[in-house]
Design a protein around this ligand. Sequence first.
Ligand SMILES: Cc1cc2nc3c(=O)[nH]c(=O)nc-3n(C[C@H](O)[C@H](O)[C@H](O)COP(=O)(O)O)c2cc1C
Length: 217
Amino acid sequence: MTRHRYTDDEISAVYRAIYERRDMRHFLPDPVDPEVLKRLLQAAHHAPSVGFMQPWRFVRISVPDLRLALHALVEQERINTAQALGEREDEFMKLKVEGIRECAVLMVAALCERRGQYVFGRRTLPDMDLASLACAIQNLWLAARAEGLGLGWVSMFEPEPVKTLLKMPEDSQPVAILCLGHVAEFYDKPMLEQAHWAERKDLDTLLFENTWNTPCR
Ligand SMILES: Cc1cc2nc3c(=O)[nH]c(=O)nc-3n(C[C@H](O)[C@H](O)[C@H](O)COP(=O)(O)O)c2cc1C
């Protein structure tokens, strides 16, 4: 055992947040305590980032018309996605894929402008800015679960109209519409699993040894 190890209870709490985190799409109207929101954003801001780039930006949406405009963009993309799915179109249209109008706090998570000047760790893999933003969102997601709040990640939107709505710079990029708020209960499984859309894969089928597709011994 290492002296750096957390206590058993602390370790359990970390795994509990990981396993009980859910993508939430049903929310209660109760407001989120501003102090809690600050803590969640600080948790996001302490995520790892490529070359310590910190490419994340969070735009809080407090104007009701803006919220409705974002919802309309997502609804349009939901319909386009359904059509692109072909034979699963009807099944998809029955899924709830966002809680934009109901959630207490709505934010757009975005990548900052002028990212080209950051080369450290991105010369061959420029998407590492996106990976860094995803780490920040995951921090926020886990911290929210620990605080008893639900978060939903919505990626069904055309980025350009979102940029126009929020007056974002041309070279920035909206990545996620985040719905945050109190929930009546957390789903005990991913909603897409409950709806028989998809199942969790067997971890062993995703682990290889030395060469691709060679199962671990
Ligand atoms: C990058 C990313 C984008 C996502 N976009 C959406 C989305 O647009 N709508 C939605 O309902 N869920 C979205 N999700 C949530 C996933 O559907 C969800 O994470 C997955 O079904 C597993 O469920 P769980 O998060 O509750 O474990 C997204 C998740 C990620 C990581």
